[in-house]
Design a protein. Structure first.
Length: 313
């Protein structure tokens, strides 16, 4: 069956021109045009917000309900005693679900890969970390342990476990791929540029990746339930490997079956597949989710609610 292209999906995922199945082993191969542009322009940009400590302070987006933001130093370690954990990651007040889902998937399937992204450390107040993403020839990004707060609480990526690696990685990504701005990562701010889509996020966080998606003859993304039988076998194989390879899934942009409790235009970490049930985790906090952050769907339900699966190679 010929490969087809899919058009841009509205909302926070926004992939563009990705073939229905495939893989990316080089830095630019088979990636969307906007990802190629960002790869050429990415890295540390001229930064008017660079601190005296040499770290970057990306421009914020206003917090929920308006109000003033404070940039405060957080005196917590990057990792806990057991290293990165999947429940360390909570998406913040901006639509960065692909990055949050990728971080959760890495913590689940390959947690040792996360500390390896931290290439150096400088003690002080605040501390400064050097972080390098997986894109080939990616520049090192320097960020401090100062994060934006509102009402005494972190408003972007955070952790309930008193660790800051999710906040540090998201902050570094705002510098690297967001044009030195959290606004540049937010899918809701598309009119200001091209925030990194789900395929670019996978390349930047995980490295080489494969994917499977389904489109109709008009190049419009469709539920995975419409995949031909040969591609369904590829899908279940990818789902089974989620315990060993970081794997995420993108939900439909609209018409998600209500009974699944899946949020439209959202990215999830895939934890595994067993007995025809898919285990997933939502990067939102439990208080925002019907049924909790971690849940199972039957394979049929999963295929009816999702349009794309991506996994590390």
């Amino acid at each position: 069956m010929p490969r087809r292209e899919i058009g841009r999906v509205p909302g926070p995922l926004g992939f563009n021109s990705i073939r229905s199945t495939g893989s990316s082993r080089g830095p630019l191969s088979s990636l969307p045009p906007n990802a190629v542009l960002l790869a050429q322009l990415g890295g540390i940009v001229a930064n008017p917000n660079q601190t005296p400590w040499g770290g970057n302070e990306p421009t914020p987006i206003g917090g929920p309900g308006g109000g003033n933001l404070q940039l405060l130093d957080v005196q917590q370690p990057p990792f806990g005693h057991q290293g990165p954990q999947i429940n360390d990651v909570v998406q913040g007040a901006i639509s960065t679900c692909p990055a949050a889902a990728a971080m959760m998937a890495m913590a689940h399937a390959n947690p040792a890969a996360i500390p390896s992204m931290f290439t150096n450390f400088q003690n002080g107040s605040p501390r400064v970390y050097n972080i390098q993403f997986r894109r080939r020839n990616a520049r090192v990004v320097r960020v401090t342990t100062r994060f934006y707060h509102q009402g005494g609480r972190l408003i972007y990526a955070s952790s309930p476990n008193r660790v800051i690696w999710p906040s540090l990685l998201e902050k570094a990504y705002a510098v690297f791929a967001g044009g030195n701005s959290y606004r540049g990562l937010a899918r809701s701010q598309r009119q200001l540029g091209n925030p990194p889509d789900v395929s670019q996020v996978m390349q930047d966080f995980v490295g080489n990746f494969g994917w499977i998606a389904h489109t109709n003859s008009q190049n419009v993304t469709q539920p995975l339930s419409g995949l031909p039988s040969s591609q369904r076998r590829n899908l279940t194989r990818a789902l089974r490997q989620a315990g060993d390879r970081p794997t995420i899934a993108a939900s439909l942009g609209a018409n998600v079956p209500t009974a699944t409790n899946v949020v439209a235009n959202h990215a999830y970490a895939i934890l595994g597949y067993s007995h025809k049930r898919v285990s997933l985790r939502n990067p939102w906090n439990n208080s925002r989710i019907a049924g909790g952050a971690q849940f199972d769907l039957t394979l049929s339900q999963f295929q009816s609610a999702f349009q794309m699966v991506l996994w590390g190679l």
